[in-house]
Design a protein around this ligand. Sequence first.
Ligand code: FPP
Length: 252
Amino acid sequence: MTDTDNNKNLMPQHIAVVMDGNGRWANKRLLPRTAGHKAGVKSTRRIVELCARKGVRALTLFAFSSENWNRPEQEVSGLMSLFVSTLNSEITKLEQQGVRIRFIGDRSRFHDKLQHSIAQAENKTARNDLLQLNIAANYGGRWDIVNAARKLAQKIAEGELTPDQVTEESFAMELALADLPEPDLFIRTGGEQRISNFLLWQSAYSELYFTDTLWPDFDEEHFNDALLCYSKRQRRFGKTGKQIEEEQVKAV
Ligand code: FPP
């Protein structure tokens, strides 16, 4: 039990993670990059369990970006096989744990076997509501925004909507994860300090947390460090620190 377990108000409701550093983890051990991704799956399993235990409502993981197709073919096909085998081996446990799994991104480019495993995992866990686990696969934030713009344009073309009804609210409703609160905490492992086209719109007010720890090494202690750091941030959403403090006094 940690400080953050005890105080739900200081806990993020939605956490987004860029799981970076698998390749370097493997390189350091003179192993193939795919071994790093396999080790990354263990870390993924661990963070899902931790989030479920700590009462986090939603966890969104960047598993494969639209740009990752540019990697060597062997690594891409290794990742695809890993996704299929992980989904097939984990799904019963996720179902029992109360986790609902959903994929965001353009899945049409994945081979049939993977599309089938994705659909099966989503269907099997559809009634769960303890933790919403979103896997971003062949996802890009710009793709998400363009997709939403296209849907709104279609509605306007069909006379369902007028141009002045295009607002931040109606736009956000067409994005992936529209039904969830935006991520409170955005974690990136592996030492890089950038967003890399992940949840561009949705992370406008997320607290960013960057760590040098490589994804396969990101354990409970590292996760607690991130949560502790988050709990100390003052989220102002454009207001002044004084306004926030006054609001907090009024709320007590
Ligand atoms: C980035 O590290 C990691 C990926 C592109 C793959 C992440 C995928 C997993 C951890 C598997 C998760 C599985 C499921 C089913 C959700 P990198 O290869 O860019 O590392 P590097 O920067 O050290 O090269």
